[in-house]
Write a protein that binds this ligand. Structure first.
Ligand SMILES: [Zn+2]
Length: 211
């Protein structure tokens, strides 16, 4: 599939190039949902704030970074441009350690939410592979901060429910859900809410796939 936008970045460490390719209809390809991303908005435009250089592996903060160049799909009709763009590798996924280290730099800033959310989701990538797996004290602190910010910013309540559930605060999670989505009996079993209610009832604090 041809990306409809390609941005080229230069690594600060090794000075080599990598790409962020933007594809249309990414959201439509996601069939399996995950308990920690109830309907993340704007998935088409989503890029993780922290990535890794595919050449040297060093972390690179994509959020706010200047790109070297930008190409739109119409440009790839030119073979020369197309070849040079296609050779540039995509950015790599930042490791959990890189995401958790990055969080420390952004406390009490406007971007604290973005980096903490990424660190949590990156952690869940690993937890979901090795479930059940608990949280260490820094990871628990990360969830506590996300919950606090989310409450203050009045974010989507399902994110708050999921954060509470993963912290084993099942009563509080149920208390948020109860007034929002009753009567529970009418919910389709594959819905996010029904899945979260089931997990809370079972006192399951692990991230999970469904749908
Ligand atoms: Zn590099």
């Amino acid at each position: 599939m041809t990306p409809n936008r390609t941005r080229i970045f230069r690594c600060n460490t090794c000075q080599d190039l990598f790409a962020h390719r933007h594809y249309a209809k990414v959201a439509a390809q996601r069939h399996v949902k995950r308990s920690d991303d109830p309907e993340l908005p704007g998935l088409n435009d989503y890029a993780p704030p922290l990535v890794a250089c595919p050449h040297c592996g060093d972390a690179f903060c994509l959020l706010g970074a200047e790109h070297e160049s930008e190409f739109f799909s119409i440009d790839t009709t030119s073979p020369m441009v197309s070849d040079s763009i296609q050779k540039v590798p995509d950015f790599a996924k930042a490791t959990l350690a890189q995401c958790e280290a990055q969080v420390l730099n952004w406390d009490d800033t406007d971007l604290e939410w973005e980096f903490r959310l990424q660190a949590w989701q990156r952690l869940n990538d690993e937890r979901i592979e090795t479930s059940p797996r608990g949280l260490d004290s820094n990871q628990l602190h990360n969830l506590q901060r996300l919950f606090s910010i989310s409450t203050r910013m009045r974010h989507e309540p399902l994110i708050q429910v999921e954060l509470l559930r993963q912290m084993s605060r099942f009563e509080e999670a149920a208390n948020i859900l109860r007034p929002l989505f009753s009567p529970v009996v009418n919910l389709p079993p594959e819905s996010t809410v029904a899945q979260l209610i089931k997990a809370i009832t079972e006192k399951n604090d692990q991230p999970f796939h469904y749908g």
